[in-house]
Design a protein around this ligand. Sequence first.
Ligand code: UD1
Ligand code: UDP
Length: 376
Amino acid sequence: MPQEGPFVLHVLGARPNFVKAAPVVNGLAGLGVRQGIVHTGQHYDALMSDVFFADLGLPEPVANLGVGSGSHAQQTAALLVGLEEVVLAHRPELVVVYGDVNSTLAAGLVCAKLRIPFAHVEAGLRSFDRDMPEEVNRVVTDALADILFVTSPDGLSHLSSEGISPSRVHLVGNPMIDSLFAALPKLDPKPVQERLGVSGRYAVATLHRPANVDEPEAARELVDAVLGVAEQVPVIVPLHPRGRGRLAEAGLVDRDGLKIIDPLGYVDFLSLVRGAVLVVTDSGGVQEETTMLGVPCLTVRPNTERPITVTHGTNRLVTPAQLPAAASKALADGAVTPSGELPVLWDGKSGPRIATIIEAWLRGDNLSPASRGALA
Ligand code: UD1
Ligand code: UDP
């Protein structure tokens, strides 16, 4: 890493952050920009954190705040205190935050109060559902960010209607898809299938949204729906730690057609998904990855902040009650993409685009809309 020049600090805390950040970190490294990662410790299990640093080749963090879990107030408060200290200690020229988790929101607030510029990667997504903690995080982070990197065109109109100046906004595509493309040569379903004792057709399910897993009644409804899928095709569930107990109480346990396992590392997970005939999820990122891998995806949510995965991908929104029938249709039809086109700029080059814009910004060149167009 260079010894001199402006310093960029990336704030990462949770599983999806790591996947989004790797292409940006690599892009900046390629341009010789001085940088470091702060790990907030929001996710801390080896399978929720360390394995991603290894699989994605992320450098060791310069600090780990170890904030851990808690209520929103407890966790956000710990994040604010820890991040303020670390930002003051490193005095970066720019902080980069990712996605919509509590670590993202806290880092944005700290920077705004310290008057340190920050960039938000994956700005502009909206579910318009304030029951989702992530939606609050998105709106606040975008309102405060100095540079906003948007993954899909709908994000541009959301930000514009919230009064955010287009001069701060850059449509760059999706860095999560850069990570997927980089991993593609390593995505072999066979070894992970063998390890799990899976043969033939199978589905993969991931479930962790509070609305699905926190309340006993919602969890029961969801588990019944997943069991309805498991009657049609074996379902493997790499289970997020959130709601593990609640879902088990509701009947999500190893049984005929249903295999519950620990969360998988990034390469193992995507390998398993690549070989699946169906994915059932409530994840944000998994909706995008299945679109690019051409695997049918049923998202058990009333809305999505990623509608492009429905219009330009393999994703369908379903209620728990609709899930078994939707699975039966998806298993019969295979992947169907309504528009026949993949999302624009999801081409594996978003990290370099973001890095180029950041590097120019660090040099004092706030790239004009025209030069930004050329970059795309
Ligand atoms: C967080 C994000 C969510 C994102 C998800 C990605 C917020 C508000 N939510 O949700 O947007 O989709 O990460 O996975 O930031 N736990 C462990 N080990 C860990 C981490 C968590 O056991 O390494 C358990 C703890 O019981 C904890 C619970 O999971 O209380 C929830 O963790 P937390 O980070 O608060 O939220 P997530 O549900 O993971
Ligand atoms: N993922 C993984 N192992 C798993 C489940 C998910 O590596 O067992 C990856 C997945 O490929 C995606 C990211 O984790 O890149 C998404 O994280 P998550 O679903 O936890 O968060 P969200 O996208 O919903 O915020």
